[in-house]
Design a protein around this ligand. Sequence first.
Ligand code: DGL
Length: 258
Amino acid sequence: MDNNKPIGIFDSGIGGTSIWNAIHHLLPNEKTIYLADSRNAPYGQKSKAEIIALCIKNTDYLLQMDCKLIVVACNTATTNAIKELREKYKIPFIGIEPAIKPAALSSKTKVIGILATQGTLTSDLFNKTAEKFQTIKIIEQVGHGLVQLIEAGDINSPEMDELLHSYLQPMITAGIDYLVLGCSHYPYLIPQIQKILPDHIHIIDSGEAVARQTQNLLKKEVGFTNQIASKNLFYTNTNPKVLKEIVGNKHDVFEKNF
Ligand code: DGL
């Protein structure tokens, strides 16, 4: 089964490029179109209704470009809107959620930490998953301010370091042995996080799992491209400077009004 249409990927901003990286690494021939809705970032403090409306806007834009499936590369958007998206559209959607399960199943201390947005941590989908692990203590922390600093390109700033220390120290004290990154922006903070966490604490993010799910869906339902060269387009609705720095010169980045 062949399908040469592009895969659509969207996030509230540049964070979902961490998911794009994993997808592109696993499926290098697939064409992709990435939407960074940075003008509306962060989604994490918006209401469920606002998040759903933004997801519909992004989906409509990707469908105009004839995408064959859509990856919601944002935990906040997935946990608040994927059900509504799947009900509204015929196209298949893949979402990303905090990887509570692998962390809970591997934890020896039975204490795990989740760093995510307020929108994700208060969502029904997140709380339903968390409830399944009654024997595990889950320390939830909202990453206030982290997405804004990443969007501004201030990843290595003293302010970032200070915020991360204040969010992670209580988790270390509580005895976590797994830290789940529940926001697609946060993988860009792994080097700083590793400096703060003791070596025995593992960091988990969902990028590779989403890429494998994408591969499975292409195999079973949608079809792989039969073309050899991939074409990857990146669209943002704000100044493209930080997105360009992140994706490098190899790919095209455009500023569009969506
Ligand atoms: N990257 C997003 C996530 O995975 C959302 C960050 C935000 O816009 O608040 O949750």
